[in-house]
Design a protein. Sequence first.
Length: 142
Amino acid sequence: MTVVGFNFTKIGGERKAGSKGKLTISNNFGITNVSEATIPLGGDKSRALKFDFSFESKYEPSVASINLEGNLLYLFPNELAEKVLEEWKTNKKVKNEAVEPVMNAILNKSNIEALFLSRELNLPSPIPLPKVNLAKKKVAEK
């Protein structure tokens, strides 16, 4: 199983009036469609599936939003690809064996793009970034 393509088809962000007080950021994403993709890779033992997705970061209370849409092409063994397509057609869900690598690939790219957009819109990062914390050590007196 391998990522063979990734594309953003929509990239958008909007900053509204400033807000005073506590700002909360929520991220939401999901797969909106699964279909078979025709690409000349993998021979007869593999099939490519196209996963359409949407990603949104909301800055509340109604301060800003970042919206991304795109697709991911993923190469699967034929048997698993068939199961994934059937599960999507029946239940609009992605099989457990496939959902983790697909969702992680989408999150990796989308979080980075949302981080760049937040910088351009002068917004806090939509994902927690590491911070240095120089805590003072208490020394026991003798």
